[in-house]
Design a protein around this ligand. Structure first.
Ligand SMILES: C[S@@+](CC[C@H](N)C(=O)[O-])C[C@H]1O[C@@H](n2cnc3c(N)ncnc32)[C@H](O)[C@@H]1O
Length: 282
C-alpha cells in the first residue's frame, strides 16, 4: 500500500519539521518583497485526528496531543502552537499539514505551489487551500517540480522536500535532485526531511549531504527513542540549507522543549549543528 500520512500526522517528526518550517516562513516575511514556497511532497491540508488510521497508530496522541496537553510554556513554541490551533492547550480535532501552514503564512505578495503524487491527497490539499491567496496545487512528482519551477521569479523563498522514503534508496534521489535544484537556485532556503533509524544510518545521511560540498547547511536532529529502537523511528532530522539568521539557537531551544515533553524518560537527543561552513574551501 502507498504511504499515507494520516497514520503519522502530528507525530513528533511533524512537530519538529513544522516548527522549523514556520521559523523559515516568518524569517522570509521580515522583508516586504514577496516570496515563493514550493512544497514538493505536500500531502493534504488537514488531517482528522479521530480518523481510524490516526487512532490506530497513536502517533499524534504521543506527539502533538501530548505536547499540547503538557502545558509547555516555552516561548519558542508559541508560534507553532498558535499556528496549529492549540494556543489554548485543548486537544486538537485536526492537525494541519504543511500546505495549510504555508497557506496561512502567505501575504498577498507571496506565492506557493503544492505538489502531491496521490490525486485524492492533492485534491484535498486544493480544497482546503481554496481562498488562502496565491496558491496552486499540482498532482505529480515533486522532484520533477523542482526542475520545472526553480529558480522562481521572486528570487527568494523556500522549498520543503519531505518524501516518504518508501523506496530502498530514496535518499539517493533526494541528494541528486536537491543538488541539481541548488545549482539552479543557490540562494533558496531548502528544508529536507529525513528519518533517523540508527546511529550508523544518521551518520551516513550527514556524510552524504556533506559530500555534496554545498555551504551553509544546518542539520537539526531530534530523537525521542534510543538508536536501534524497535518502536518505529528513533528520530527525524532536517537539513536546512541557507538557514535564516537565528535558526540555530531558535531550533535548539524549541527542540529541547519538545524533547522534554515527548521523551519523558529522556531517551534520544537533540543535536542542532552546522554540517557545512559559510563557504566551502576550494
Ligand atoms: C511525509 S508526507 C508529506 C507531509 C507534508 N509535507 C507535511 O509536512 O504535512 C509525504 C507525501 O508525499 C507523497 N508522495 C510520495 N511520492 C511523491 C512524489 N514522487 N512526488 C510528490 N509527492 C509524493 C505521499 O503521497 C505523501 O502524501
Amino acid at each position: 500500500m502507498k504511504y499515507q500520512h494520516i497514520y503519522h500526522a502530528g507525530n513528533f517528526a511533524d512537530v519538529a519539521k513544522h516548527v522549523a518550517l514556520l521559523y523559515c516562513l516568518d524569517a522570509l516575511k521580515r522583508k516586504d518583497a514577496g516570496f515563493f514556497a514550493l512544497d514538493t511532497h505536500a500531502g493534504r491540508g488537514l488531517y482528522r485526528l479521530q480518523a481510524p488510521e490516526a487512532q490506530k497508530s497513536g502517533e499524534a496522541e504521543r506527539g502533538v496531543q501530548r505536547l499540547v496537553q503538557s502545558g509547555v510554556e516555552e516561548p519558542a513554541l508559541a508560534r507553532y502552537l498558535t499556528a496549529i490551533g492549540a494556543a489554548h492547550r485543548t486537544r486538537l480535532a485536526h492537525y494541519p499539514g504543511s500546505p495549510a501552514l504555508i497557506g496561512a503564512a502567505l501575504r498577498p505578495q507571496d506565492r506557493a505551489l503544492f505538489v502531491e503524487l496521490l490525486p485524492a491527497e492533492a485534491r484535498a490539499a486544493e480544497r482546503e487551500a481554496a481562498g488562502v491567496g496565491r496558491v496552486r496545487t499540482e498532482i505529480g512528482d515533486g522532484f520533477a517540480a523542482l526542475r520545472a519551477h526553480l529558480p522562481p521569479i521572486e528570487h527568494r523563498g523556500l522549498v520543503l522536500i519531505d518524501p516518504p522514503y518508501e523506496n530502498v534508496d530514496e535518499m539517493k534521489t533526494v541528494l541528486r535532485e536537491f543538488a541539481d535544484a541548488h545549482r539552479r537556485w543557490p540562494s533558496g532556503i531548502f528544508l529536507i526531511w529525513y528519518p533517523i533509524l540508527s546511529a550508523v544510518q544518521r551518520r551516513s545521511v550527514h556524510a552524504r549531504f556533506d559530500a555534496l560540498r554545498i555551504p551553509k547547511i544546518l542539520s537539526a536532529d531530534l530523537a525521542i527513542h534510543a538508536d536501534e529502537t524497535t518502536l518505529g523511528l528513533a528520530g527525524s532530522g532536517l537539513m536546512i540549507v541557507n538557514p535564516p539568521y537565528g535558526a540555530d539557537e531558535y531550533l535548539l531551544t524549541a527542540y529541547e522543549a519538545i524533547h522534554r515533553c515527548l521523551s519523558p524518560s529522556g531517551a534520544g537527543y537533540v543535536e542542532v549543528a552546522r554540517l557545512t561552513p559559510e563557504r566551502m574551501a576550494q
